[in-house]
Design a protein around this ligand. Structure first.
Ligand code: PMP
Length: 417
């Protein structure tokens, strides 16, 4: 194959094309096939947008029926049966059983749109401008979400980012050297800190792009208490960790906290269609009609597949307490085994937002490249790309999963051995 096309005609902006120099032409569940007929096991799942695999047959049936029925595809803010059904299903299956009372907003097609809406809402509600976020956080590529992103490499050249945002250390960023929240408490209690009282703190429970750092549940509970005590809104960005990836529908459920605002996107449509939600406590609804708008916020085909995914996977506990537990167990066991055997390696993350960190920062990239050669797709994560990241579909077939985990183990021993 002529691979120069991957070097010469593709933009520098996205790198997956360079890491995986082939043309993928078919996809089914957790298997991708390229134009040469070569199969790849997918431990990438559209960067978390395909939690139920590619071309999920049950969701596809609903989608095709909808598309062939002359129902509205694009409707902007108009109500449609597809939108009404999604809202009702989300309330019945997700919010009410968890005792959550949120208003639902469609902020635009993708993850960064929900983060922008959350930041804007928090500022409007509190009348304060400052936003706190964390070291190594990732929240998106538009200027507001980029401002609260921790990795300065991502902000390179984006001179217009917000000046009234600051980063504070994420859980264990200082390797336990500093007592929990010491700096945050000083900021909130001490007017001499130089940091204005924030409108909100935005946090990921597991930092998906920032190296799979998983905050301890006690730490998240402490953050919730502190924000409440100081009348600051807590935004959980569940764009990557949500929709079941850490083992429960919302990642923050496991810590037993209720954020004021929640950002969801990636796998909420269930089928890889663009869709995002911003959830917020009813008392925060200060939007004037039409104040926050956008052409593609709330798209009917995405509502259809989202509703089907909620009904298929979340209507009761059988998927969460059955297949999902088994997949998490197999992945975590495989990673733990490698970490015990290979010096300088540690298991990162939680649930299926997980991976391995290598003390030698060159190793993860080499493993990802070797995995591609052997038919396995995995990306890297972390400020120095020092972490190999596993994000298989939640419903991955267990035989396929085992094959992928064996390839991973082989690649690690070949690269580090
Ligand atoms: N927040 C988090 C936690 C993310 O992981 C991402 C995407 N990786 C985003 C926001 C931005 O989402 P999008 O790329 O869809 O704009």
């Amino acid at each position: 194959m002529d691979t120069t096309i991957f070097e010469t005609t593709e933009s520098e902006v996205r790198s997956y094309c360079r890491s995986w120099p082939t043309v993928f032409s078919q996809a089914s569940g957790s298997i991708l096939t390229d134009e040469q007929g070569r199969e790849y096991i997918d431990f990438f799942a559209g960067a978390g947008a395909l939690n139920y695999g590619h071309n999920n047959p049950e969701l596809r049936t609903e989608l095709l029926e909808y598309l062939s029925s002359d129902a509205l595809v694009h409707s902007m803010d108009k109500m449609t049966p597809a939108k009404r059904e999604f809202l009702q299903t989300f309330k019945d299956i997700i919010l009410e059983p968890r005792g959550l009372d949120y208003k639902v907003m469609f902020p635009g097609p993708t993850g960064t749109n929900t983060v922008e809406a959350a930041l804007k809402l928090a500022r409007k509600v509190t009348g304060r401008q400052h936003i706190l976020s964390f070291t190594n956080a990732f929240h998106g590529m538009t200027l507001g979400s980029l401002s609260v992103t921790g990795n300065s490499m991502k902000r390179k050249g984006a001179g217009m980012t917000l000046t009234n945002s600051s980063k504070i250390p994420y859980d264990d960023y200082l390797d336990g050297e500093t007592p929990d929240f010491l700096w945050l408490k000083r900021v909130l209690e001490d007017s001499g800190s130089g940091v204005d009282k924030p409108a909100a703190i935005i946090v990921e429970t597991v930092q998906g792009e920032g190296g799979l750092n998983a905050a301890r549940h006690e730490w998240l509970r402490g953050l919730r208490e502190l924000t409440k005590e100081h009348d600051i809104l807590l935004i959980v960005d569940d764009v990557q960790a949500g929709c079941g990836r850490t083992g429960s529908f919302f990642s923050f459920e496991e810590a037993g906290i209720t954020p004021d605002i929640v950002c969801l996107s990636k796998s909420i449509s269930g089928y890889g269609l663009p869709m995002a939600l911003t959830l917020f406590s009813p008392e925060l609804d200060v939007w004037a009609p039409g104040e926050h708008n956008g052409t593609f916020r709330g798209h009917n085909p995405a509502f259809v597949t989202a509703t089907a995914a909620l009904r298929r996977y979340w209507a009761d506990d059988s998927f969460q307490n059955g297949h999902l537990v088994k997949v998490i167990e197999m992945v975590q066991d495989a990673l733990t085994k490698i970490a015990i055997e290979v010096e300088g390696t540690s298991v990162k993350g939680r649930g299926l937002l997980t991976g391995l960190r290598f003390s030698d920062t060159d190793v993860a990239g080499k493993i990802s490249a070797k995995a591609f050669e052997k038919g396995l797709l995995m990306e890297t994560s972390g400020p120095e790309d020092e972490v190999i990241k596993l994000m298989p579909a939640l419903n991955i077939d267990l035989v396929v999963l085992e094959r992928g985990l064996n390839i991973l183990a082989d690649c690690v021993s070949e690269v580090t051995g």
